[in-house]
Design a protein around this ligand. Structure first.
Ligand code: FAD
Length: 326
């Protein structure tokens, strides 16, 4: 029987949207391989998260509860997940390939000695051995992969899964794991500058995103985008060029190596539409491009476009919306 272990990361007390997707994927995989779905939860007190993971289909939820795990730390999380993976004798480890997952997948695969596969959206099985399916060539095609090692770490593409139905009456076992992370394990301290765009809305969960690129011209231009985003009840994002220039925090990067988003409305301001950026907005419902270059590739993806300097469009749009919305 294939033992499937899902790392169910938490957002405060609740499971993150990525964790729910990973559990949904793990549940489907367990059904088609006759396997068992288990979850691992790390937090200061992981019990509430464990109950939620069981309601999402895990038959066993392993918890490591320790104040050091209240905030994400790469070394502590790798050590803790690795320990649970070994103790549970799992075959497959599944994580959301979100910001935390992007940090963990390679490290955990190396530690376990497992194959790693990322951006997975689906699978099919042959004699219970999964073939993993992931988009390739900037989402223009799908590749099918099998792995060579007996253990595998799988990163699930964000926003690619239909969430599992929650079953409050589901029964499962919560197993507190005998493992104690310690400060000495922390080798790397990552200091993240969080820029939350005047709101607490997470980029991945936002239904409206106003995103800026190199064409915004500098950090000041992002103030106008923030004003518009706030007015619309959304948040801001950015291209890698804008993040690399240091105009905004890299937390705001949308794309292949940033956040994968699925808003109802994505306004791309001064963004050319490179394939790596478009990979992050495949599931955006309506894309509006504001760009001075009629040949910019973003216009091929956009549902609507404004061929103009954003410095004239954004303030005018903001003023109009203030009259309607405020
Ligand atoms: C391995 C790899 C991974 C990558 N991952 C990502 C990723 O996750 N996310 C990402 O975004 N990129 C990523 N990139 C980089 C990507 O290839 C592009 O370089 C980047 O997206 C370009 O950013 P941009 O559109 O802001 O800048 P540019 O391509 O320079 O485009 C700027 C646009 O602004 C327009 N413009 C200029 N002035 C104005 C104005 N006043 N008003 C309106 N429009 C104006 C221009 O016409 C132009 O179209 C990756 C690259 C590699 C190699």
């Amino acid at each position: 029987m294939t033992k499937i272990l899902v790392f169910a990361n938490q957002d405060g007390e609740c499971l993150s949207s990525g964790a729910r997707e990973a559990l949904a994927f793990g549940g489907r995989l367990a059904s088609s391989t006759g396997g068992e779905l288990r979850a691992v939860l790390l937090s200061a007190d992981a019990t509430a998260g464990a109950r939620e993971a069981i309601a999402y289909g895990a038959s066993i939820a392993y918890t490591v509860s320790n104040p050091l795990l209240a905030e994400y730390d790469v070394d502590l999380y790798v050590n803790s997940i690795y320990s649970v993976f070994q103790q549970s004798d799992a075959d497959i480890l599944i994580l959301s390939f979100d910001r935390v997952g992007k940090n963990l997948v390679g490290r955990l695969a190396t530690r376990i000695g497992a194959s790693a596969i990322t951006e997975v959206v689906d699978f099919h099985t042959n004699n219970d051995k999964p073939t993993w399916i992931r988009p390739i060539y900037g989402d223009k095609a799908y590749g099918e992969y099998t792995t060579t090692r007996s253990k595998v770490v799988v990163g699930i593409r964000q926003k690619s899964q239909v969430l599992a139905e929650i079953d409050e009456k589901a029964k499962g076992e919560i197993i507190p794991v005998d493992y104690t992370p310690s400060e000495e394990m922390i080798v790397t301290k990552l200091v993240v500058k969080i820029q939350s765009a005047l709101s607490d809305i997470r980029l991945e969960d936002a239904s409206i995103i106003v995103s800026g690129g190199r064409g915004v011209g500098g950090p000041e231009g992002f103030n106008d985008l923030q004003t518009l985003a706030k007015l619309l009840g959304g948040t801001i994002g950015a291209s890698r060029a804008a993040c690399d220039a240091g105009w905004v925090s890299s937390n705001l990067q949308v794309g292949q190596t940033g956040a994968v988003v699925a808003p109802d409305l994505y306004i791309a301001v001064g963004i050319s539409g490179a394939s790596q950026h478009l990979a992050g907005i495949t599931n955006a419902k309506t894309v509006v491009a504001i760009n001075t270059d009629p040949e910019a590739p973003i216009y091929k993806r956009a549902n609507m476009g404004v061929l103009a300097d954003y410095k004239t469009v954004i303030p005018a749009l903001t003023e109009k919306l203030k009259k309607v919305l405020v």
